[in-house]
Design a binder for this molecule. Structure first.
Ligand code: SF4
Length: 480
């Protein structure tokens, strides 16, 4: 049954309930601490996209508020949570591979609890496999009820039953105001909506993330004001297709309208968003971006393929001409915009001609970069039952042919910025050289320059001295 939009509702009562469970959970953590003689440690691992990364910050926030200490070392953890992805089969295989290792840790630490959530747990075949092959897993829940995590942990710690499973088909509930442990003090992802109604024929997301539900704009703006008050200067607005934001709100507000309001928030210096679908990227959105001082000069616009035949088979709802005209419109309005995309190679029925069409489109658009993937058959998606699935060899051939053009185009696009001066938000100290820091430009390019930890979270003018293919070596601009 194809869904209609949900009238999602923000459940304040549920927020209060879960906060109550966090208090109760604190009791379990304290008695565990007494038993093991140290503060119990929690290790949360995220697989997949920025939506998952944001969910993990919420899950970790709940664990830490209940008294766990964060660790990145699974071998010393007392609870291990995997927030899984299922966009490609290799993501599932990685989780199965890791579970084997976790079994060993459980032998050494009988107090260890293992929990799994995220998109992979929305797939019944995966949950059944875990029930039979990995019975030592203690808790399984999905993408629709992550807000129930405090309650589920209390049930897990108070029951003798093996493997508590609670996966929901779908939900229209959005629960706000639960604790969050953010990874970066100066930037944050902000969910603006959940789910997707586009049903691209290769994609599992609509089946694991449910129907589109937009958050109340006041909740979003409140969250961003709070983030700004804690020192966040850059926000990434997140949705599977942000262009569809607001369609199901009682008082509809377009994504462009939401951006205008985010722009007004003091303290926020940079606004990013992901992901925009080419089928409904509006002139209004282009106009708001063009006239904004804060919206970054980077747009990720997944095209997937340059072949009209395949765009149809993928149910992408646009043609290559539509995409090319949209790119022209965007570039005319925002000349210094950096454009990146996603490409799927090896889709069922893909011919050499389709590969040539994709290469031709890449050369026409001159993408600043592209994330290129091999098609991965996902059980339950229409494309999985399409005839003429390609052999791995042919798929690899098509993938390699396109990847070399993508890299050539991206190198050329990057080099055009040599000598320019850009504002860089310093994000980290370089892993290789403690005397170097890494900054991200508004157009999403990275620059490495001399610096130290004190610069992290601040924006500096930087000269792009040497192009190193897909990034730069640069130097700080001084006033002199
Ligand atoms: S727009 Fe298509 S590819 Fe993107 S999440 Fe939705 S169904 Fe998947």
């Amino acid at each position: 049954m194809r869904p209609t939009d949900y009238n999602s509702h923000n459940d304040g009562e549920e927020t209060r309930r879960q906060l109550m469970y966090i208090d109760k959970l604190t009791g379990f953590v304290t008695s565990l601490k007494d038993e093991i003689g140290h503060t119990p440690k929690a290790c949360v691992t995220t697989f997949g996209c920025q939506m998952n990364a944001r969910d993990s910050e919420k899950l970790l926030g709940i664990l830490i508020t209940a008294g766990f200490e964060e660790t990145e070392d699974e071998s010393e953890a007392d609870i291990i949570l995997y927030n899984t992805c299922s966009v490609r089969d290799n993501a599932n295989q990685r989780v199965y591979g890791r579970l084997g290792v976790l079994k060993g840790y459980k032998k050494n630490n009988p107090h260890l609890r293992i929990a799994l959530c995220g998109c992979m747990m929305q797939e019944k075949t995966c949950v059944d496999k875990i029930k039979t092959s990995y019975p030592f897993v203690d808790l399984i829940f999905g993408t629709h009820n992550i807000f129930k995590f405090p309650e589920l942990l209390c049930r897990m710690y108070s029951s003798e039953t093996r493997m508590l499973t609670d996966v929901w088909e779908e939900t229209d509930t959005i629960v706000e105001e639960l604790p969050v442990k953010r990874k970066y003090p100066y930037k944050s992802g902000v969910n603006i909506m959940f789910g997707c109604n586009n049903f691209c024929t290769y994609c599992i997301v609509p089946y694991v993330r449910g129907r589109e539900r937009s958050r109340d704009p006041e909740e979003i703006l409140d969250e961003i004001r709070k983030l700004s008050s804690t020192g966040v200067i850059e926000v990434m607005l997140l949705g599977q297709n942000v262009n569809s934001y607001g369609l199901n709100l009682d008082t509809p507000l377009s994504f462009a309208g939401l951006l205008r309001r985010v722009e007004e928030i003091d303290g926020i210096k940079r606004i990013r968003f992901m992901t925009s679908h080419p089928k409904d990227l509006s002139d209004e959105l282009i106009d708001v971006c063009a006239h904004s001082d804060k919206i970054c000069r980077h747009l990720h616009l997944p095209v997937q393929t340059g072949s009209d035949k395949l765009l149809k088979a993928m149910n992408r709802s646009y043609t290559r001409d539509h995409y090319l005209r949209l790119v022209d419109k965007i570039r005319t309005a925002i000349p210094n915009i950096s454009l990146t995309t996603d490409l799927i190679m090896g889709f069922p029925g893909e011919t050499r001609k389709d590969v040539e069409d994709t290469i031709d489109l890449i050369k026409k658009v001159k993408f600043d970069n592209a994330y290129t993937f091999e098609y991965s058959k996902r059980t339950g998606t229409p494309a999985a039952s399409y005839e003429d699935q390609l052999s791995p060899e042919i798929m690899q051939e098509h993938f390699d042919a396109v990847l070399s053009v993508v890299q050539e185009t991206a190198r050329a696009a990057c080099a055009t910025h040599t000598g320019e001066i850009h504002e860089a938000l310093i994000e980290t100290v370089s892993d290789h050289d403690p005397g170097m820091v890494t900054g991200r430009l508004s157009n999403n390019l990275l620059v490495h320059l001399k610096g130290d930890e004190a610069m992290i979270g601040h924006i500096y003018p930087v000269k792009l001295d040497i192009c190193k293919g897909f990034y730069f070596l640069g130097s700080m601009m001084t006033n002199g």
